[in-house]
Ligand binder design. Structure first.
Ligand code: FAD
Length: 456
């Protein structure tokens, strides 16, 4: 009797516990459901949909090489899977655990209708299993990391099954083209194609390219002008590689990789936070921030648009926002600077920025995005403070972002030396490049005054 393999953000065949369990249980019907209803306003954003299209195409090719194929359906996932089960006489479903609140709800309703087997495998340790001495979820990263560390390394990755048996008859499937996941007019994803190769083969190439650079990661990762980080985030988000595979591959490369491995732990930490605080994408971790006097109205809207378009007059912020729009990704150091600029310099609610990132990042993730936004903001359950206000104009030379700015802000491409970090100050701002939308000192004072109201 066939079983259903329900795929979500786990689009791989290697080291995928649900794939292995399904392949052992009988002929397999691998299903991906495009579900825009269950996640409600958390439906996948535009950049993620571009990625999904290519990732599913790659997975279907890999499945066909094993004698199987991917069934595509659209609708409310619990209903669609129950329908397929009825059509095919299947009762058993295998899937990996996911921790977004809408997926957990969907799992609950599906488990009432079918024999649902959930497996672990997208995180270093099962989220929820690392708890403090008083049996509470950890709120702060460092104690979480220290508690997780003794459980490392994660189990050795398992290979993909040699073959995946097909059922006697396949249920009906949509085609990828039916889903219209790719942009048409305007095609904002032109540069994505050069930047990314979604799927298991693409991520294998990324890992191979990173390994020789991994020993320099601790320093180079902070320099936006260099190719210092792994660029694995979207592959990890869509589960095209298991984090255990990344851990073992990098650990085996020459050098000390603690800094990199601890970044992987941030990803686990974020899932633990959304498991403990499912509303983290919309509610402040510290309730006092509910009283924050966010700006709104015409001037605020104009500033939000300038931020999104990379026209704030702060070159490092603008370079980051333009990199994001062009490629669906932004360097981590610049994400921190650009996010801080929105919430502190412009006094705009972090949820506005988080939503924009949700729509434009190829790695948009319900754990990592809100957790990092709330961390930058200081509104999270962790310990970061609002009063630490990043100064973009000093961050930019400190992390040597000159070439990065020249690459992403063509109006400034001709400016040599330090002036590129703040052409206004050097008196060489070209007319085509906007003046600063607010001065750093004024912004800082306004942010601190707003925060004083929150505390009062
Ligand atoms: P590397 O430096 O090579 O790190 C390796 C992996 O570790 C990453 O692929 C990622 O899976 C994980 N990782 C690294 N840093 C973090 C972090 N701070 N938090 C959680 N995991 C981390 N990352 C996302 O994957 N999705 C998001 O939606 C996201 N939103 C962010 C929003 C803001 C405001 C900020 C400041 C950071 C955000 N990050 C997000 C974290 C980080 O910027 C990206 O994971 C990283 O830039 C991806 O590039 P990389 O793969 O080259 O990272």
């Amino acid at each position: 009797k066939p079983v259903i393999l329900w795929l979500r953000r786990d689009l791989r065949l290697a080291d995928q516990a649900a794939v292995l369990a399904a392949a052992e249980a009988g002929p397999v019907i691998p299903v991906y459901v495009l579900d825009d209803e269950t996640p409600r306003h958390r439906r996948m954003g535009g950049a993620s949909r571009w990625w999904l299209h290519h990732s599913l195409a790659s997975l279907d090719t890999a499945l066909r090489a094993k004698g199987s194929r991917l069934i595509l359906r659209q609708g409310v996932c619990a209903d669609v899977l129950t329908d397929i089960a009825r059509e095919t006489g299947v009762t058993q479903v295998h899937a990996l655990h996911h921790y977004e609140p809408w997926w957990r709800n969907a799992e609950k309703s599906l488990a009432k209708a079918l024999d649902l087997h959930l497996h672990h495998g997208n995180y270093l340790v099962p989220p929820g299993s690392i708890r403090s001495g008083s049996d509470q979820p950890y709120k702060v990263y460092t104690p979480f990391m220290k508690a997780l560390w003794p459980h490392m390394p994660p189990p050795k990755p398992l290979p993909a099954p040699d073959a995946i048996a097909a059922p006697d008859a396949w249920p009906q499937s949509d085609t990828l083209a039916d889903w219209k996941l790719l942009p048409t007019k305007p095609d904002w994803a032109k540069a994505f194609v050069e930047e990314w190769t979604p799927g298991e083969d693409g991520v294998a190439e990324r890992v191979a390219a990173f390994l020789p650079r991994a020993k320099g990661y601790a320093e180079a990762r902070n320099l936006p002008s260099e190719e210092g980080s792994s660029r694995l985030s979207a592959h990890l988000h869509f589960g095209e590689i298991s984090v255990a595979t990344v851990w073992h591959a990098v650990s085996a490369a020459p050098g000390d990789h603690a800094v990199f491995l601890k970044e992987l732990v941030w990803r686990d930490y974020a899932q633990n936070i959304i498991l403990a605080f499912p509303d983290y994408g919309k509610s402040n971790g510290k309730a006092q921030f509910d009283a924050m006097p966010w700006r709104s109205g015409k001037a605020a809207e104009r500033d939000i648009a300038a931020w999104k378009q990379g026209r704030t007059g702060y070159p490092i912020v603008d370079a980051g926002m333009r990199q994001l729009w062009a490629t669906g990704w932004m360097h981590n150091r610049v994400r921190m600077i650009a996010a801080s600029f929105l919430v502190k310099h412009l006094l705009i609610d972090w949820r506005v920025g988080e939503q924009w990132f949700w729509d434009t990042l190829v790695d948009a993730d319900y754990g990592n995005n809100p957790v990092n936004w709330q961390w930058v903001m200081g509104s999270g359950v962790d310990a970061n403070m609002f009063v630490r206000i990043m100064a973009p104009l000093s961050q930019s030379p400190k992390f040597d972002a000159g070439d990065y700015i020249r690459q992403w802000v063509p109006e400034l491409a001709h400016i040599r030396g330090e002036a590129v970090h703040d052409p206004d100050d050097y008196g060489c701002r070209p007319d085509a490049y906007p003046a600063k939308i607010i001065g750093h000192r004024d912004a800082r004072e306004r942010a601190l005054a707003a925060f004083a109201q929150v505390k009062a």
